[in-house]
Write a protein that binds this ligand. Structure first.
Ligand SMILES: [Fe+2]
Length: 284
């Protein structure tokens, strides 16, 4: 019987790559890398065999999709921010078997879902940047899940629930990672360089901080009640569908876990970022 043994909401900002690879920016995101490495250490200790990653940069327009290739490898440069994230080499084992099971379960829940095996479906950086650090020695398989940009929060919840059911019925120990921002309002061009380490707007910052407080105090019901409006008003990355799928997988408002902040809230290019591990449910 399978299990979700780790769950987390994580950052994937390209400034982390700048921090690691560009002399001018060396060390500016060390706290994010530290958080990633701690997540990796805990994943290994928990026996994680596959990372299932809700990737808000693999954006799809219809249905729900899984990158179920046998192997993910290549050299990645971001199309969105090629000056910040380039030439990242990667090579991970995929998980076709679990990908098929997740897609089937999502179909059983009434949605269109496909597990893709085509060798030309590449990974996006919502998966690759966190995996570069969390899965540094490639100890676990990688299974990217697309973010449907037109899906509702309720659809995200139901899909997350179906994914968790399939994990329970599998033979895998799984980490479920929601790779996406809190507030997500980029700076206008003329402020983009000066705003590298800042949140765009006090409204976004205050709402994000309140969300972090709700998580710290385990007020999941209150957070989930505000999630649809939070996603709209604070420009949620891919409408925060990653967060909806994560909490759907954790049981939604039945979730009673705790949040452990591994990278404190920070601003990056206007957006609000964090690494938070959510205690995995004992059983579903
Ligand atoms: Fe992003």
């Amino acid at each position: 019987m399978g299990r979700i043994v780790q769950a987390a909401k994580i950052t994937h900002v390209p400034s982390i790559w700048m921090s690691e690879t560009m002399e001018k920016f060396r060390g500016i995101r060390d706290f994010a890398v530290t958080g990633y490495r701690e997540l990796g250490k805990r994943a290994k200790a928990a026996g994680v065999e596959t990372f299932v990653i809700f990737d808000t940069h693999w954006i799809v327009n219809q249905g729900f999709h899984f990158n179920a290739k046998e192997r993910h490898n290549g050299i990645f440069t971001s199309h969105e921010l090629p000056h910040m994230l380039m030439d990242m080499e990667y090579d991970y084992q995929g998980d076709p078997e679990l990908g098929d099971a997740l897609a089937e379960s999502v179909r059983d829940a009434g949605f269109r879902a496909i597990a893709h095996k085509t060798s030309h479906l590449a990974c996006e950086y919502g998966t690759l940047l966190p995996m570069h650090f969390i899965n540094e020695d490639k100890f676990a398989r990688v299974l990217p899940v697309a973010a449907n940009q037109f899906a509702s929060i309720e659809e995200g919840r139901a899909v997350g629930d179906a994914i968790a059911t399939a994990i329970t019925n599998s033979n895998r120990k799984v980490a479920v990672l929601a790779s996406g921002s809190l507030s997500h309002e980029f700076w206008p061009n003329e402020l983009s360089e000066a705003g590298l380490n800042l949140i765009n707007g006090e409204f976004n910052r205050q709402i994000d901080l309140r969300v972090v407080d709700l998580w710290k105090s385990g007020q999941w019901t209150e957070f989930l009640a505000m999630l649809p409006e939070y996603a709209k008003r604070c420009h949620g990355e891919c409408a925060m569908i990653d967060t909806a799928m994560l909490f759907g997988a954790l049981g939604w408002d039945a979730y009673q876990g705790t949040a452990d902040i591994l990278t404190p809230y920070f601003g990056s290019s206007g957006t609000g970022q964090i690494n938070v591990e959510l205690s995995a449910p004992l059983k579903r």
